[in-house]
Design a protein around this ligand. Structure first.
Ligand code: ZN
Length: 318
């Protein structure tokens, strides 16, 4: 398994921070708009070039995202930084276009049961919403991302059919999405499942750029990233401090943690453009903001060569 860049290969791996969307959306306490924007601005200052900032869903359905336009307006835009927002339908697309997002992301679950539970509609109905709003994005020259939730398994149905995943991707591609995200919404991905799915998509849609979105529910999120690197995937989505989870999926713990991911990528020779120390400082502040212990490890331990003074170390015998 070759997880490091080959000689002469472009070393850039794109890391998309999803904490303010995927992470915050399951928090019941409303996080102030200026806090959300401030965190995004600090991430961008730390070198993060891709942020899934917010979601233009119905404010009644997800009150945490009711301030989507205000968050977007407070972000200090920089060239080369891509701001994505989740968009569920034509109305959301108009709002997202007015807020000048760089990319609109659609979410459809590969599991019929999860789709019903999460979106309250069938896979076909969710795809019809995408087909309706895709031309709006195109009219404004905004890129489209098609995300497949539960792409590697569903907590209600078990394994999802690969044909379901391919059908969703096919609709996305046919209606102008060049970017596809495979979402491991409830942490059911394993290296063999990911390999099978990514290879099937590559074979049928060679022009698409695949990003992987793993959750660490069963502790192998970064192992799945290593496998993704070996498969040639150069785009990953993650959440600061490992925040997140899906409110409609039982037991779905957080996304893989951005600082831990960036640490791994840098140690393997990849370039993310991100200042890891600055990123870890943001993650520690997120943990403080949430007033609970969050799963991120790097923010607690620091770099591997941070030496510990020998004096005062307590001996552990036995
Ligand atoms: Zn997620």
């Amino acid at each position: 398994m070759n997880y490091s860049p080959a000689a002469g290969e472009d070393r850039f791996v794109r890391v998309t921070e999803v904490g303010t969307r995927d992470g915050f959306q399951s928090e019941s306490r409303f996080i102030p708009t200026e806090t959300k924007a401030d965190l995004i601005n600090r991430l961008i200052a730390a070198g993060v070039r891709s942020v899934e900032a917010t979601s233009f869903v119905s404010p009644r359905a997800v009150p945490q995202m009711a301030d989507a336009a205000e968050v977007m307006a407070r972000i200090e835009r920089r060239p080369g930084v891509r701001l994505t927002a989740l968009v569920p339908n034509a109305r959301g697309a108009e709002r997202a276009a007015a807020a000048k997002v760089d990319m609109m992301a659609s979410f459809v679950s590969a599991s019929e049961t999860h789709c019903q539970a999460n979106l309250n509609k069938s896979i076909d109905a969710a795809l019809a919403d995408f087909v309706e709003f895709a031309p709006i994005a195109q009219r404004y020259g905004i890129a489209l991302r098609g995300a497949v939730a539960c792409a590697f398994g569903c907590p209600f149905e078990g394994d999802v059919k690969l044909e379901n995943v391919l059908k969703i991707v096919e609709t996305y591609v046919r209606h102008g999405a060049r970017h596809i995200t495979l979402g491991d919404t409830t942490g059911m991905a394993t290296p063999p499942v990911v390999t099978r799915t990514v290879e099937a998509i590559r074979a049928r849609f060679p022009e698409t750029i695949v990003a992987l979105h793993f959750h660490n529910t069963r502790g192998i999120g970064l192992a799945n990233v290593m496998n993704g690197l070996a498969l040639g995937v150069r785009e990953y989505e993650s959440s600061f401090a490992g925040l997140g989870g899906c409110p409609f999926a039982p037991g779905a713990t957080g996304n893989i943690c951005t600082e831990d991911l960036v640490y791994l990528l840098h140690e393997c020779g990849w370039d993310t453009g991100i200042d890891l120390d600055a990123l870890a400082a943001v993650a520690r502040d997120v943990q403080q903001l949430m007033e609970r212990d969050l799963p991120g490890q790097y923010m607690k331990s620091g770099p591997r060569l941070k030496l510990t003074p020998i004096e005062g170390v307590r001996r552990a015998v036995g």
